[in-house]
Design a protein around this ligand. Structure first.
Ligand SMILES: CC(C)(COP(=O)(O)OP(=O)(O)OC[C@H]1O[C@@H](n2cnc3c(N)ncnc32)[C@H](O)[C@@H]1OP(=O)(O)O)[C@@H](O)C(=O)NCCC(=O)NCCS
Length: 140
């Protein structure tokens, strides 16, 4: 499965194959990707829409393909798809020391609206990022 392979390369295996099967078969969940070929995914972003909110659960770009705009592209596409599905606000968590990802979210208009203390297994805090889609992101 291309998602699982990219997950292993980019995120050290955040989700196992069962989790990916559920993610890809659940109609409430959205996943977008950019592929070099059927079996070679370069970037992906996933989330789920509940009512008018998008909870972003994952964004990853192949380590050899970073800083080429792929992360921005998949995230914007996920936001556009969620907006079409009725979402007006997006949320995600990011590790306090993940400055690259924070820069990407900030560039798209996300604001830090809170902190979850010791949220990750290694004891790091998570910063809660939020985006009001209709006001701050141009989706077309
Ligand atoms: C975070 C991640 C998805 C960014 O993907 P990417 O394709 O490299 O990002 P883009 O090229 O689209 O970057 C868009 C903008 O985000 C910012 N940005 C992205 N990565 C950055 C970095 N490492 N340092 C500083 N700014 C960064 C920049 O403003 C960049 O614009 P610029 O290149 O014109 O300066 C990628 O680094 C990744 O997969 N990291 C590992 C997984 C991860 O941390 N996921 C997020 C978990 S919350």
């Amino acid at each position: 499965m291309a998602c699982l392979k990219l997950d292993e390369r980019a995120l050290n295996g955040l989700w196992n194959s069962d989790h990916w099967e559920r993610e890809l078969s659940d109609p409430q969940r959205l996943c977008v990707g950019i592929a070099a070929s059927a079996d070679d995914l370069l970037a992906m972003a996933c989330g789920w829409v509940v009512m008018d909110e998008l909870q972003i659960t994952l964004i990853a770009v192949d380590p050899e393909q970073r800083r080429r705009g792929l992360g921005r592209t998949v995230l914007k596409q996920l936001l556009a798809d969620a907006n079409n599905a009725g979402a007006k606000q997006a949320w995600l968590d990011v590790a306090e020391d993940n400055l690259g990802a924070q820069a990407l979210y900030s560039a798209l208009g996300f604001k830090t609206i809170g902190r979850r203390a010791r949220y990750y297994r290694d004891g790091k805090d998570a910063l809660i990022q939020s985006l009001e889609m209709q006001r701050e992101v141009k989706l077309t």
